[in-house]
Ligand binder design. Structure first.
Ligand code: BGC
Length: 712
């Protein structure tokens, strides 16, 4: 018998049920939690005491010493000696804050995402974090939803690749062979489709869309052996996911082969009562547990009633054993049985190399959306700086960055003054016409630091309108009225619309909420020390009324042209366009690139070859034809020419970010495999249909070099 099975064979039913409960940590309640741990009544602690840990800054940071004392109760003083696993939302940093995940998506650099995840995990380990509630794998096509900040954008392929990279980074192997921490893919599944972008709402997702879009990143994470998955608060077409045996037990565990354990979201087991799916705690426990939830976060339905349910025969004890086994195997992989304690080493926090890595990722995530030739700015240009984010520190961190050191975060103003010799500070005021006319009159260029505050995105931070707020548009308008060149640097937790602002500015640099060193990243781009090369991971709409607007809807019968958003023959809106402000995958550079000679290595491939794991690759030349070194993101889109079901106009299936020195030329290769062509057909399953496909290689979803191939 292996070690875990042996431990389980010696546990009482109460001890087994104890492993299935995660309680919130609070030092005020430490004695109660210690008692629960000693009595074997809990298996885990979440290092947060409200579900809004991400958007409130007054979260307690429990120190490793305190957690070691608590751990001792479980690991040494309890009868089973099973250690606790401490979990926390390390979404984009523990102390060193990295750019928000949406910005990471814009980098199109899975390697950097993996590296960042590895670094945050190592840093969080110093605070006893064994398990991080990341990555968020929700594809999201509605920027009103506040949680778009936590994901990688609107596309399933991008989200899958970035999510898989994050899993690799979090679950990297330590020298002792154990993994650094367990990752948690969330929110399984379909949370990104909440109606109206409203938190905790339901989504109407057909099986076709669920499988072909929302499930894809979870499939990718399971392939990376993700150790835990969090069920979503939301419901799909009347089916609360936490109460869905179909989605949790059958699809996730059986069909996808997920071997780890499922944790419910905060309070969500007991919320089955407010959902009116359950009458009481016992009902909640029965429903969630039998559907496939292994551990309950915060509420105590399992702990209070699973014992009775086993005794009455409604739940089999072997099912409890299975859940315990799933949990203990994760504890084993994290190395908790060998060493349950943390020896904190302050030198491992805020390490120079972590700050550098955060800066590098922030630089790679910058998206240049407009440039009338005025960027980069000259070192000695007279620059007036203005706007609500000029002196901001906290907003640069974004939500879910509770332990980041705000004090030591340089502001945009500080970085501007370090870099340029002639910076004139206006104020944060909107009415520069009244406040600072002399300064603006005397400058060459006005640089505006605009965006949204950190409390405007994240959990329970949805908005009904994604336009950049009117006062900021007014500021740009006022700056423009002086006849000066105007640059907007946008610090934002979502893709807000610049439709109203854009006419008043000559250049736009989208800097996201870039983390601890993010202001420097933006300023380095303004000065030309960095050439922006990121691309939009989600469509920027012109108006909130266009939502949802994404680059890959299914082909529309009137859509005769090739561009995704382009108005078909019969324009869907009589009063507005369906074109985006900026499309998915879009971003400019200070240099120019020429993509040429795009050819598939073979004109056809057989379905059998693809089934056997063979790939079809496309090669192309890319040349930097401009005046600066820079990066381009090559994007390979696939269009199924004739299929049994309506398929997307075109879908991203592979991408590659390439760095090229001025004048340099490279030949690159992008590979497509079976999953690039197959899709899920309800009633039939994953299907590879033979026939013609059009490939397009470009630098956004809007156009590129086309190739025809056939699957025979
Ligand atoms: C969020 C999760 C988070 C959990 C724990 C919930 O409210 O939906 O994403 O991991 O709280 O903080």
């Amino acid at each position: 018998m292996d070690k875990i099975k042996e431990i389980i064979s010696q546990m009482t039913l109460e001890e087994k049920i104890g492993q299935l409960w995660q309680v919130p940590f609070s030092s005020a309640k430490i004695e109660d939690i210690k008692k629960l741990a000693r009595e074997g009544k809990i298996g885990s602690c979440i290092l947060a005491c409200t579900p809004l840990a991400g958007n409130t800054d007054n979260q307690e940071l429990p120190f490793a010493d305190m957690l070691n004392i608590l751990q001792k109760e479980a690991a040494e003083h309890s009868r089973t000696k099973i250690p606790l696993i401490f979990g926390r939302d390390v979404i984009h940093g523990q102390r060193t804050i990295f750019p928000i995940p949406l910005a990471q998506g814009a980098s199109f650099c899975p390697d950097l995402v993996e590296d960042a995840a590895r670094r945050m995990t190592d840093e969080a380990a110093q605070d006893s974090v064994h398990w991080t509630f990341a990555p968020m794998l929700d594809v999201a096509r509605d920027q009103r939803w506040g949680r778009v900040i936590e994901g990688y954008g609107e596309d399933a392929c991008l989200t899958s690749q970035m999510g898989a990279a994050a899993v690799r980074g979090i679950q990297h192997k330590k020298k002792d062979g154990h993994i650094a921490a367990a990752a948690c893919g969330k929110h399984y599944v379909g949370y990104g489709a909440v109606e109206g972008g409203r938190e905790y709402e339901k989504g109407e997702i057909t099986d076709y869309t669920l499988r072909n879009v929302y499930l894809r990143p979870f499939e990718a994470a399971v392939k990376e052996n993700i150790m835990t998955v969090m069920s979503t608060f939301s419901a799909i077409g009347g089916e609360a996911v936490i109460a869905s045996e179909r989605l949790l037990k059958n699809l996730l565990k059986k069909e996808l082969g997920f071997k780890g354990f499922v944790i419910s979201d905060y309070d969500s087991v007991e919320q089955l009562i407010t959902r009116r799916i359950a009458e009481n705690k016992k009902d909640c426990a029965r429903t969630a547990f039998l559907s496939g939830v292994d551990m309950e976060m915060v509420t105590d339905c399992f702990s209070q009633t699973l014992g009775e349910l086993v005794k009455s025969g409604e739940v089999e004890e072997t099912a409890v054993d299975e859940a315990v086994e799933r949990i203990l195997r994760v504890k084993e992989k994290v190395g908790l049985f060998e060493n349950p304690y943390t020896t904190p080493d302050p030198k491992k926090q805020y390490r120079t190399e972590d700050l550098k890595s955060s800066l590098n990722l922030a630089e790679k995530s910058l998206v240049l959306l407009k440039n009338n030739g005025i960027l980069p700015l000259k070192k000695d240009e007279k620059i007036a700086i203005c706007g609500p984010f000029v002196n901001e520190k906290r907003a640069l961190h974004g939500s879910w960055a509770g332990y980041g050191d705000i004090g030591s975060t340089p502001t945009f103003k500080e970085e501007m003054e370090k870099t340029f010799t002639n910076v004139l500070y206006c104020s944060e005021d909107f009415n520069i016409r009244m406040r600072d006319p002399a300064i603006v009159r005397g400058c060459d260029t006005v640089v505006l630091a605009l965006g949204e505050s950190n409390v405007y995105s994240g959990e329970r931070a949805c908005v009904s309108d994604v336009m950049l707020d009117k006062t900021q548009v007014e500021l740009a308008h006022n700056a423009r009225a002086f006849g000066k060149k105007v640059v907007a640097v946008i610090f934002c937790g979502r893709v807000r619309s610049l439709f109203e602002l854009e006419p008043y500015v000559d250049a736009v640099l989208w800097a996201w909420q870039p983390g601890s060193t993010g202001a420097a990243a933006a300023v380095r781009a303004l000065s030309g020390a960095v050439n922006p090369g990121g691309k939009l991971p989600a469509t920027m709409v012109k108006s909130s009324g266009q939502i949802p607007l994404y680059y890959c809807p299914d082909n529309n019968p009137c859509c005769i042209s090739d561009a995704y958003y382009e108005e078909p023959e019969f324009a869907p809106y009589l009063d507005f366009s369906t074109m985006p402000m900026y499309p998915f995958g879009y971003g400019l550079s200070y240099t120019s690139f020429k993509i040429s000679n795009a050819v598939p290595r073979q004109k056809s491939i057989t379905a059998k070859e693809l089934e056997e794991g063979k790939t079809l690759s496309v090669t192309a030349d890319i040349e930097n034809t401009g005046e600066y070194d820079g990066d381009e993101v090559l994007q390979l889109y696939v269009k199924d020419m004739v299929s049994s079901m309506c398929r997307p106009v075109r879908e991203l299936k592979a991408f590659l970010r390439v760095g090229l020195k001025k004048g340099e030329k490279k030949t690159v290769e992008l590979k497509l495999d079976k999953s690039s062509f197959s899709y899920f057909i309800p009633g039939k399953g994953e299907t590879l249909e033979k026939g013609k496909f059009e490939l397009m290689l470009g630098n956004s979803c809007m156009g590129g070099l086309k190739m025809n191939i056939e699957i025979k």
